[in-house]
Design a protein. Structure first.
Length: 162
């Protein structure tokens, strides 16, 4: 009898843990879904022309751009509502990236971020977290939470003042 309760308790704990982890991740990753429906063939040519005008790259305008100062480049983002922000950095200069997390912004999903291209594994705590790496190659790389569910981009350029 006791064994059955123990087993039941373990199963419940696993289900609860799974639910917490899953809800943490899905809350802020909604922007990636729902684009597959765009292959609708009933769109007229004029409306698709309109779409090309509105479909400008929004990442570069909202991305935090690093400022080069004394051999390092400094960039700051905030983990607002638990969402990772895009940044723009330059090749060849060490990056000092401060990510500020306020109480309530962190969850079991976004509390550890990975920049796989540069082997960075950064635990995020409430307060200022400093991420350091040196970009070597221009291009756009992805970074994400440890589960790969919440993510954003790091745009690396050869000259950030252009
Ligand atoms: Cu996650």
């Amino acid at each position: 009898m006791k064994k059955t309760y123990y087993l039941l308790g373990t199963v419940l704990a696993i289900i609860l843990l799974g639910a917490v982890l899953f809800s943490g991740c899905t809350r802020s990753s909604g922007s990636t879904g729902g684009s597959a429906i765009n292959s609708n063939s009933s769109q007229s040519q004029s409306s698709s022309a309109d779409q090309t005008v509105t479909a400008q790259p929004s990442t570069s305008s909202s991305a935090a751009k690093a400022i080069v100062n004394d051999g390092i480049q400094i960039v700051s983002t905030t983990l607002d509502r638990g969402i990772y922000d895009p940044i723009i950095v330059q090749t060849g200069i060490p990056v000092k990236w401060t990510i500020t997390a306020n109480d309530g912004d962190l969850n079991s999903c976004n509390n550890k971020m990975l920049i796989r291209s540069y082997g960075v594994e950064q635990k995020l705590l409430v307060g200022e977290n400093v991420v350091e790496f040196t970009p070597t190659k221009a291009g756009t790389i992805n970074y994400s939470c440890w589960m790969g569910m919440v993510g954003s981009t790091i745009t690396v350029v050869d000259d950030i003042n252009q």
